[in-house]
Ligand binder design. Structure first.
Ligand code: PLP
Length: 393
């Protein structure tokens, strides 16, 4: 039987840049110890009290079909969290609960784009972005950024691609770069969106992990509330990646249509997961800060290690759980360096090329292992880079 082009061409063909990751997984399965700095997942598990709340809810019988848009309690809390953080009036009518941020990204593009529409996104990018756009039969078009701008997008580059585009997807704090978009960057982006009547899809799943500066949601900028769809999630802020609970915030008309979309696709999120999320959100900002604290600590460790040498450059990482390292001084591509580092030192990092061409010659390091092992892995990486640079000259 013939499968649809939509499903068979989701990844766009060719290598998806995850070869090093898969090789590391194979080495681990074969018994070789590998230091894994690839995946954006905490080294802690979901906190026991949250699991207890999930258990209690399930035992109380919340195991049937849940409300498709989300329970009133969870939608109200998400609306409150959003309003408290952004100052933008937000009610449950602006909130759809989704199975994770990924499902919210899909829904947002389904709402913003018709088949054949152009959907813009910023390079480097979170790995699923182009496939998510193809998943709604829109055409992904990337906008390059530059290492020398710390990967902050330039409004002029977006302007050059904006004519006729239906949407622009941005992500701050950013995976893979750790960049937090400045007010100037976001104001420039908002202006282009208004001028070209584009939807702005703002992926803010790392909003509670900001180590320098402040997180600004572009929905709060003038003239943006009616054209911005915000993606949020419990995954990163509350170490609940496996629970699959996220949300979309947007104008009530968009949310009302997205509820119909959810009815015909996901049919909502389990009630016991939603109840656990209510419990988790009720713990407030302090809990979210505790979940993020290890990344802030390890970022400081990395800054110390990298200051001791001058082969590997650190892109100023202001947020999220990643570092972007510049290894261009070795003369190697990110792919070649990551492969050699895995072979020789048994350390797995993601080549920048896995996230688009703007991050070529870079590595993404996930700060997701215990502090002393993290420090030692970075020291080894820097020493290895020095050897590579020396043999290149
Ligand atoms: N957006 C970004 C930038 C991410 O890094 C991730 C996960 O790594 C997601 C969205 C999806 O997260 P989830 O579906 O677990 O909420």
């Amino acid at each position: 039987m013939v499968l649809s082009k939509r499903i068979t061409s989701l990844t766009g063909g060719g290598s998806d840049g995850w070869d090093v990751f898969l090789k590391a997984r194979r080495m681990i399965a074969d018994g070789t110890p590998v230091t894994e700095l690839t995946i954006g997942e905490h080294d802690i598990r979901t906190a026991a009290p949250i699991l207890q709340a999930m258990h209690n809810s399930a035992m109380d019988g919340h195991t049937g079909y849940a409300m498709v848009p989300g329970t009133d309690a969870l939608r109200d809390l998400v609306a409150k969290r959003t309003q408290d953080r952004t100052g933008v009036p937000t009610t449950r009518d602006n909130v759809l609960i989704t199975p994770g941020g990924q499902s919210a990204l899909f829904g947002a593009h389904a709402a913003a784009c018709d088949p054949g529409d152009t959907a813009l996104y910023i390079d480097p990018y979170y790995a699923t972005y182009p496939g998510t756009i193809r998943g709604v039969s829109a055409i992904p078009r990337s906008i390059a950024t530059r290492a020398e701008d710390a990967f902050q997008p330039r409004a002029s580059d977006i302007e050059a691609a904006a004519k006729g585009a239906a949407s622009l997807l941005i992500n701050s704090p950013n995976n893979p770069t750790g960049t937090v978009y400045s007010r100037a960057t976001l104001s420039g982006i908002a202006e282009v969106c208004r001028r070209h009547d584009m939807w702005l899809i703002s992926d803010e799943v790392y909003d509670s992990q900001v180590w320098e500066g402040e997180h600004l949601s572009p929905r709060a900028l003038p003239g943006m509330v009616d054209r911005t769809l915000v993606v949020g999630s419990m995954s990163k802020s509350h170490a609940m990646t496996g629970s699959r609970c996220g949300w979309l915030i947007g104008p009530s008309e968009a949310i009302s249509n997205l509820i119909t979309f959810a009815t015909h696709t996901t049919y909502g999120v389990p009630g016991f997961v939603q109840d656990a999320s209510v419990f988790a959100l009720a713990q407030g900002d302090r809990f979210e800060a505790e979940v993020g604290a290890p990344f802030q600590r390890r970022r400081a460790i990395a800054q110390d290690v990298l200051e001791q040498q001058n082969t590997v450059g650190l892109i100023p990482a202001q947020g999220a759980m990643y570092l972007m390292l510049d290894i261009r001084a070795t003369g190697m591509t990110g792919d070649a360096f990551a492969d050699a580092l895995l072979e020789r030192e048994h350390i797995a990092v993601m080549p920048g090329e896995s996230f688009g061409s703007s991050a070529a010659g870079h590595l993404r390091v996930a700060m997701t292992i215990e502090d002393s092992a993290f420090k030692s892995a970075l020291e080894t990486l820097c020493a290895f880079a020095r050897t590579c640079a020396a043999s290149a000259t």
